[in-house]
Design a protein around this ligand. Structure first.
Ligand code: NAD
Length: 395
C-alpha cells in the first residue's frame, strides 16, 4: 500500500490524434491501481472510443475531470497512448512523469520540451525486449493485434475464400498468403491466416524464426541469401546489395500468392523495401498487399501511408494505426503493460529510479531537466540528419 497521506495521482488523458481510439487505462486496470493506493483521475470521455464509459471508471473509484489543463497541472504521473502534445507539456509540473509511445525519432521538439520542463518521460517504444520486461512490452501487445487484423483486412478485400472448400458446385482451392517478416506481427498473421484455412509461406532474415513459422503450419522460405543471427532478437540493417538480391528471389513468390502481408522493420531505421512496383504488377488482379510497415516508410514501393490504393487491379493497404481499430482489446493489453511499468517504477508512492536497471535506463528519455537516454538522442539526431539531407535534395 502507498502512503495514506499523499497517494500518487495518476492522470489518464483523452487521445487527441485523429483516428486514435485507444485509452491508456481501462476501468478494470484503473480499479486495481486505486486498490493499490494510487489516486486515478480520467479526463472525461477518454475511454469512450474504446467502449469504456466514464461511469465504468467511477464504479471502480476513479474520478472524472472535464478540465484537461486541471488534470495535467495536478497529476504526478500522466498516462497516454500517443505522446502528450507540446501545449500539454507546458501544463505539467516539474517532477511530473509520463508514459506513452513517445517515439523520440519523430518527436525531437517534444522530448526537448519535456526535458526543459523537468518532466520524467518514459517511452514504451524503447523498452528492452527481454523476458523481465515482457509484461510491460506494449510494442509486442499492439503488434500482435496488428498482425491479426491485417489478415482480416486482406480477407475482407480478397474476392476469394481463405479455406479450401469442396462444394456441389465444385472445389475451391485455398487462398495463398506470403508473410514477409516473421516477428510478433508476422507470427500472429500466420496463425490467423492458418485458422482461416489459407496456405501460408513466410520469410524472415533471422533464421531463428524458422521453427516458429513451421510450428504454426506455414512453410518457411529458404532463400539463397545469408541469414542473420538475431542481435537481442532483432534484425540489423541490410546492405542495398542484400536487399536487391532478396527482391529478385522474392519476385516469383510474390507473384504466386493472393495476399502479401509485410511486417519487416529494423528498429530506428526506415523499413526495408521488399516489394517493388514491378513485383506488384506481376501479381494477379484482385490480389491484396497489407503493409504493416507503412508508418515507417513501407515495405512496398507503392504503399501510401494511411491509404488503401488500387494499382492495375491490385490492392495495397497502408492503413495506419491498425491496433486502434481494435480499440477495446488494444486498450486492455496496453493498460496492463502500462500499469506493470508504472508499478515497477513507483515504490511507496514515489518514483524510484534505478538507472542501473536496464528497464529504467532504456525507456526513461528525460529526467531532472536532461535528455538522459543515449539511444533516444541518436534517434533524434538521425532523423534531423535525414530531414536536412532531404531538404538538400529538394533544393
Ligand atoms: P520488428 O517489428 O522490428 O520486425 C519485424 C520482423 O521483420 C523481424 O522479425 C525482423 O527480423 C524482420 N525483418 C527485418 N528486415 C527484414 C527483411 N529484409 N526481410 C525479411 N524480414 C525482415 O520486430 P518485432 O516483431 O517487434 O520483434 C522481433 C523479435 O524480437 C521477435 O520475433 C522476438 O524474437 C524478439 N522479441 C523478444 C521479446 C522478449 O523477449 N520479451 C519481445 C518482443 C520481441
Amino acid at each position: 500500500m502507498l502512503s495514506a497521506f499523499h497517494p500518487m495521482k495518476v492522470g489518464v488523458l483523452s487521445e487527441t490524434l485523429p483516428g486514435e481510439r485507444r485509452v491508456a487505462l481501462i476501468p478494470d486496470v484503473a480499479g486495481k491501481l486505486t486498490q493499490s493506493g494510487f489516486e486515478v483521475v480520467l479526463e472525461a470521455g477518454a475511454g469512450e472510443l474504446a467502449d469504456f464509459i466514464d461511469e465504468a471508471y467511477r464504479r471502480v473509484g476513479v474520478s472524472i475531470e472535464a478540465d484537461r489543463w486541471a488534470l495535467l497541472s495536478t497529476a504526478d504521473f500522466v498516462l497516454s497512448v500517443q505522446p502528450p502534445r507540446l501545449e500539454d507539456v507546458a501544463r505539467l509540473h516539474a517532477g511530473a512523469a509520463t508514459i506513452s509511445f513517445l517515439q523520440p525519432a519523430t518527436q525531437a521538439a517534444l522530448v526537448e520540451a519535456l526535458a526543459e520542463r523537468g518532466v520524467t518521460a518514459f517511452s514504451l517504444d524503447l523498452l528492452p525486449r527481454t523476458s523481465r520486461a515482457q509484461s510491460m512490452d506494449a510494442l509486442s501487445s499492439q503488434s500482435s493485434l496488428g498482425g491479426y487484423k491485417a489478415v482480416l483486412m486482406a480477407a475482407n478485400r480478397l474476392g476469394k475464400f481463405f479455406p479450401m472448400l469442396i462444394t456441389a458446385a465444385g472445389t475451391v482451392p485455398p487462398a495463398r498468403m506470403l508473410v514477409l517478416g516473421a516477428g510478433v506481427a508476422g507470427l500472429q498473421a500466420i496463425a490467423t491466416a492458418r485458422r482461416l484455412g489459407a496456405v501460408v509461406e513466410a520469410y524472415d532474415v533471422r533464421s531463428a524464426v524458422q521453427e516458429e513459422v513451421q510450428s504454426l503450419g506455414a512453410r518457411f522460405l529458404e532463400l539463397k541469401l545469408e541469414t542473420q543471427e538475431s542481435q537481442g532478437g532483432y534484425a540489423h540493417e541490410q546492405s542495398e546489395q542484400f536487399l536487391t538480391r532478396q527482391r529478385e528471389l522474392l519476385t516469383e513468390h510474390v507473384a504466386g500468392v493472393d495476399v502479401v502481408i509485410t511486417t519487416a522493420s529494423i528498429p530506428g531505421q526506415r523499413a526495408p523495401l521488399l516489394v517493388t512496383a514491378p513485383m506488384v504488377k506481376g501479381m494477379r488482379r484482385g490480389s491484396v498487399i497489407v503493409d504493416l510497415a507503412s508508418e515507417s516508410g513501407g515495405n512496398c514501393e507503392l504503399t501510401r501511408p494511411g491509404q488503401v490504393i488500387e494499382v492495375d487491379g491490385i490492392w495495397i493497404d497502408g492503413t495506419a494505426n491498425i491496433p486502434s481499430t481494435m480499440a477495446l482489446h488494444a486498450s486492455q493489453l496496453y493498460s496492463r503493460n502500462v500499469s506493470n511499468l508504472l508499478q515497477f517504477l513507483v515504490r511507496d508512492g514515489e518514483l524510484k529510479l534505478d538507472f542501473k536497471d536496464e528497464i529504467t535506463r532504456d525507456c526513461c528519455v528525460t529526467h531532472a531537466g536532461q535528455i538522459v537516454n543515449e539511444r533516444a538522442r541518436q534517434l533524434m539526431e538521425a532523423t534531423t540528419t535525414q530531414k536536412i539531407a532531404q531538404t538538400e535534395v529538394r533544393l
